[in-house]
Design a protein around this ligand. Structure first.
Ligand code: NAP
Length: 254
């Protein structure tokens, strides 16, 4: 197979800057690109004769006409430092098949009741995709979205999260959005996720208990957060989801 068969060339439709280091962009979506909410795409740029690809979780819903992605500018990172200058009309490469297993369909037991979505930074992306579908809102009784960032200006998509809940959640699962700002602010939740699990603050804010019989917990973001949070959840009796069984599903983000 030649490289040309593995990807298509797509056009950047819009770019939104959230802060100095965070931006989102939308791309044209080719008809062949089908994915499940929670999966990631491989996006490429051309550097001389070479094509360089990186994984990006899709923010938009599987039903959307365009593909949206959420990116950080990695200091001195060859890829994102080029991508940050992106503008409408530019072209990017998009691998034809999606990747990843952080999807709601992976859960068989326990049955859906409480859905906890725990993200740091750009790890929010797959959860935005999942929530832009009526199905999880109908299948779950409670949905908690906890989103940990360093500083308030990094809290992207705050308004959009409320809009998504209003559009898709009406009449469905109860929803709590729990922003966590770990640096510079003393108000609200301000410690790291594993600490908030250990000290019970996350459950108190959510007004819901983690429960091996009822909880589906998804973790996405900083790999160290994923590991530490997974351990904190195991310490209170939750199990990794394997072959459909168990509570915790994870995706490392870099
Ligand atoms: P981050 O360091 O991942 O912090 C985001 C949130 O996660 C903060 O609230 C942070 O808390 C928390 N956190 C960090 N480590 C944690 C842990 N072990 N347990 C629980 N929570 C934890 O910040 P970021 O701005 O999203 O990303 C930082 C760096 O990661 C970037 O500058 C870049 O180098 C790299 N990155 C790379 C890629 C890539 O694709 N290559 C993508 C994203 C990020 P604290 O404030 O307490 O640290």
């Amino acid at each position: 197979m030649t490289n040309d068969e593995k990807f298509s060339r797509e056009t950047v439709l819009s770019v939104k800057r959230w802060s100095d280091s965070l931006f989102s962009f939308t791309l044209t979506r080719p008809a062949h690109f089908r994915f499940s909410a929670g999966q990631f795409a491989r996006i490429g740029i051309e550097v001389g004769d070479e094509q360089v690809f990186r994984a990006y979780s899709v923010v938009s819903s599987p039903f959307a006409e365009e593909l949206e992605f959420f990116s950080i500018v990695v200091p001195d990172g060859a890829f994102t430092s080029r991508l940050q200058h992106l503008k409408a009309g530019d072209q990017l490469l998009l691998e034809k098949i999606p990747y990843g297993f952080l999807t709601l369909a992976r859960y068989q037991q326990p049955l859906p009741q409480d859905l906890w979505l725990l993200a740091t930074g750009t790890g929010l992306a797959p959860f935005l995709s999942m929530l832009q579908d009526f199905e999880p809102w109908q299948n779950y009784q409670h949905i908690i979205l906890a989103y940990s960032v360093r500083t308030r200006d990094e809290l992207a998509y705050e308004k959009e999260i409320q809009q998504i809940a209003a559009t898709f959640g009406d009449g469905g699962a109860s929803f709590k959005f729990l922003p966590i700002i770990t640096r510079g602010e003393q108000t609200g939740l301000n410690q790291r996720l594993p600490v908030l699990i250990q000290n019970g603050e996350l459950e108190a804010e959510a007004q819901l208990k983690f429960d091996a019989a009822h909880s589906h917990v998804m973790l996405c973001g900083n790999p160290q957060m994923v590991e530490d949070t997974r351990n904190a959840l195991k310490a209170i009796g939750l199990t990794m989801n394997r072959r459909g069984m168990g509570n915790i599903a994870v995706e490392n983000y870099w």
